[in-house]
Design a binder for this molecule. Structure first.
Ligand SMILES: C[S@@+](CC[C@H](N)C(=O)[O-])C[C@H]1O[C@@H](n2cnc3c(N)ncnc32)[C@H](O)[C@@H]1O
Ligand code: SF4
Length: 365
């Protein structure tokens, strides 16, 4: 890494007030003693690893960062002051609707947060019951208006679809309501039944693939009509509001990951932190490391880059790896059967095949 290069920071806050039925992320019930120990370790972890370069994006995710009690939140923002921030930094904080109030948002804005990500998922009461979550449209509208009035004008909401019993009509209603919230970005997720979740314990099955595909197509066409740009397989943004932080991941750039359950990519090494809060607070932080050679770096570039709808720029790939992408990967065959498209120097997955992106990637790698 050159000394003038900037990096990004992800911080995982592993605490939630309630646990959702589908969630396999690293999270624990809010507990003040654990939060104190977590913050102390986080502080040390950053001191040990941060190399003092400028930071271009910060993403505080979870878990539910907004679930921290006010005193702990103030400690967290104090820790974050260590980072030398780029003047155009994108600084995102994940919030739960029920935690949003004037005091929280004012504290965040006063400490540099300029983007919020709110996990709404759905407004349908059957879906919410199934997901073990709460959300109310009027409440969401008021809270998002409040955030805007307090100076946050870059807001994402998360939506989950492919929920058992969900219909195309109920998904369309969710899309309509989410669009009317006046948000700049929508992240969509097809429900995954992960191991060790309430859903897997109840033996819930995923919905039929054909219906899932129809739902994906509905999301893409609906959001396009509402003026959102489909810039990544499951992410949609108003012009100029693509997530700079997530683009760091998809552009295969390096970033710090701090906190239990976080992953990072530094000096050609990908690493995962432990998901155990006990190990973490004892200082046994990194669980595994993957040292990447040139081939692995290129494979990651392919796997991540093709998530973007504008794919990979052939010249930039050459400048980064000194290798022609066509000479290392099975590009010609995929162009012939229209899995891939080449246009204006970019190679990208045929939009009609984005839904089966993993199959296309398998043919490539
Ligand atoms: C880990 S969560 C963090 C955000 C916040 N804790 C919340 O739930 O609102 C990030 C997003 O991943 C998505 N997600 C998590 N688990 C999922 C699953 N099993 N299937 C589909 N989407 C999931 C949800 O949309 C969620 O908002
Ligand atoms: S989905 Fe979000 S709020 Fe729900 S348990 Fe997981 S991290 Fe916590």
């Amino acid at each position: 890494m050159l000394s003038e290069d900037k990096r990004s920071v992800y911080i995982h806050v592993p605490f939630c007030k309630t646990i959702c039925s589908y969630c396999d992320f690293c999270k624990f019930y809010v507990n003040e003693k654990w939060i104190d120990e977590y913050l102390e370790t986080l502080n040390n972890e950053i001191d040990d690893r941060y190399m003092d370069e400028q930071i271009k994006t910060i993403y505080i995710g979870g878990g539910t960062p907004s679930a921290l009690p006010n005193e702990s939140l103030l400690k967290l923002v104090e820790i974050i002051k260590k980072f030398r921030k780029d003047e155009n930094i994108e600084f995102t904080f994940e919030c739960n609707l029920s935690d949003i109030n004037e005091k929280l948002i004012t504290t965040l804005v006063n400490n540099g947060v300029n983007r919020l990500s709110i996990g709404i998922q759905s407004f349908d009461k059957n879906n919410l019951k199934f997901l073990n979550r709460e959300a109310d449209y009027e409440d969401a509208k008021n809270k998002i208006d409040l955030c805007r009035s307090l100076g946050v004008n870059n807001i994402n909401v998360d939506l989950i679809y492919a929920i058992p019993e969900q219909t195309l009509a109920s998904l369309r209603k969710d899309l309509k309501l989410m669009c009317s919230l006046n948000v700049n970005h929508i992240s969509t997720y097809s429900l995954m039944i992960e191991n060790n979740t309430m859903l897997s314990h109840k033996n819930v099955s995923p919905i039929d693939d054909m219906l899932d595909a129809k739902m994906y197509k509905l999301i893409c066409s609906y959001l396009k009509r509402q003026g959102f740009k489909h810039y990544e397989v499951s992410n949609f943004a108003k012009e100029g509001y693509e997530s700079k932080h997530n683009l760091v991941y998809w552009n295969n750039e390096e970033y710090y990951g701090f906190g239990p359950g976080a992953s990072g990519y530094l000096d050609g090494v990908r690493y995962d932190n432990t998901r155990s809060l006990t190990s973490y607070t004892k200082g046994n932080i990194i669980l595994n490391k993957e040292i990447l050679g040139p081939k692995e770096k290129m494979d990651y570039e392919i796997m991540l880059g093709f998530r973007k709808t504008n794919g990979i720029n052939v010249r930039e790939f050459y400048e980064k790896y000194h290798v022609n992408i066509q000479s290392k990967y099975n590009i010609e065959e995929l162009l012939e059967n229209e899995d891939l498209i080449y246009k204006d120097g970019n190679l990208f997955i045929n939009p009609d095949k984005l839904y089966v992106m993993n199959e296309v990637l398998l043919k490539l790698l």
